[in-house]
Design a binder for this molecule. Structure first.
Ligand code: NDP
Length: 287
């Protein structure tokens, strides 16, 4: 079982589906990532903020896989946007991961209170890291159209990836179209609704994986609601990074490349858009 690779705008490739490790406790991370690598995952998404880069590195080292067979992403913490902080923290990430390069380095959150536009200066450091090869690809997270526009007017390198909250209750059609127009791959965080059950919809008594449209389609295709949601991402050309600590779900979440949703069913899932996000708005301050 393996996720197919999709091409980034810098010529690199990324396995379309990866394992997210947000909220995976540090002491469990090596076990969880090892299980994922053993069953065929080749893409892991961590962050300085998650406090579990060491476990990711440990599992990659123990896997027996060649370094270029595993795609590792980490992210610049919100308080580290100043250029010297960005350089120092990136070096620390490599050390903690036990790697000499990462495959993708992302700005985790655009707006930090101490310097609202500091993400643009941080981007210059990511451009340096891409030039010297320690970050093979670079990208951003949580950019809305205005933030991306501002970055692009000052950037030398167009981000390879924009990782945003994206699931059937918050499908981000506009942002996806803008990303595509720049050759940017959109990655989906909380692709199956997150631990909150589907963004702001939980407050309305609905959770994504209990959503009747997904449950009914699951019956039609003989798949779980999570697999239906993940397949919807895949068919939209999005790169989802579902998180699980449970072996059976880690397996289930990768088994989405051997069936196809009909156009009408894709449209039915598109129709679940609630306009309600679960996380903060991208232009809100974080840290
Ligand atoms: P997900 O949409 O991946 O949902 C994870 C939740 O769903 C967990 O509670 C998990 O529980 C459960 N789950 C996993 N698989 C299944 C399944 N097959 N059936 C039922 N339940 C399941 O949300 P996340 O918010 O974790 O997002 C995924 C990844 O995105 C993160 O891990 C992180 O890497 C990244 N992320 C990035 C952000 C950013 O700002 N750039 C913000 C948030 C996340 P269990 O573990 O018990 O299985």
């Amino acid at each position: 079982m393996a996720a197919p690779a999709i091409r980034l705008n810098d010529g690199a490739t990324i396995p379309q589906l990866g394992l997210g490790v947000f909220q995976v406790p540090a002491r469990e991370t090596a076990r969880v990532v090892a299980e994922a690598l053993a069953i065929g995952y080749r893409h892991v998404d961590t962050a300085q903020m998650y406090g579990n880069e060491a476990g990711v590195g440990e599992a990659v080292a123990a896997s027996g896989l060649a370094r270029d067979e595993v795609f590792v992403t980490t992210k610049l913490n919100n308080g580290n946007h100043r250029p010297d902080d960005a350089r120092r923290s990136f070096a620390r990430s490599l050390e903690t991961l036990g790697l000499d390069h990462v495959d993708l380095f992302l700005i985790h959150w655009p707006r930090a209170r101490q310097d609202p536009d500091g993400y643009v200066a941080a981007w210059r450091v990511l451009e340096e890291l891409a030039r010297d090869g320690r970050a093979r690809s670079i990208g951003v997270c949580n950019h809305d159209p205005a933030l991306l526009d501002k970055l692009l007017t000052r950037a030398k390198v167009v981000p390879a990836v924009n990782q945003i909250e994206l699931h059937p209750y918050f499908p981000q059609a506009e942002m996806r179209a803008i990303d595509t127009s720049h050759g940017i791959v959109t990655q989906a965080w909380s692709p199956i609704g997150g631990s909150g059950g589907g963004g702001g919809m939980r407050a309305r008594g609905r959770t994504l994986l209990a959503e009747p449209v997904l449950v009914d389609l699951g019956e039609k295709y003989g798949r779980s609601p999570a697999q239906i949601a993940l397949r919807w991402h895949v068919q939209h050309g999005v790169s989802p990074i579902p998180k699980s600590v449970r072996p059976e779900r880690i397996v289930e979440n990768l088994q989405v490349f051997d069936f196809e949703l009909d156009p009408d069913d894709m449209a039915a899932i598109d129709g679940l858009d609630s306009g309600v996000r679960g996380g903060s708005a991208p232009d809100a301050f974080n840290a």
